[in-house]
Ligand binder design. Sequence first.
Ligand SMILES: [Zn+2]
Length: 116
Amino acid sequence: MQRREQRVVEQLRGRRALLLRRFNEHRARAAAHTKEIGDPADQARDELERGIDQVLMELEQRELERLLDAEQKLHDEDPNTCRRCGREIDPRRLAARPESLLCVDCAGEAERQGVH
Ligand SMILES: [Zn+2]
């Protein structure tokens, strides 16, 4: 693996570790809420917080999957080419978003189509 790719993989791993930690925190907090039985106001607040944790966990999980996917791609394929059209991805885009799998054009199109 080349040096640039290695750096990207390290960045991805760092973000994944961070996400995983946040995910585990939310999960622990959600579990803690379930055990506590307080007065109705507390329960309502817990309910709300649990809902928020649930949403955050889902977002984090999706992001984690995306990062894993990008890491896998770095091992499997040429990380500089778009997964969709096979053209080279702008290096500036890769520098800003190392996990990019698509070139700007394809990413814009995927966004419009609601495909991610
Ligand atoms: Zn493309």
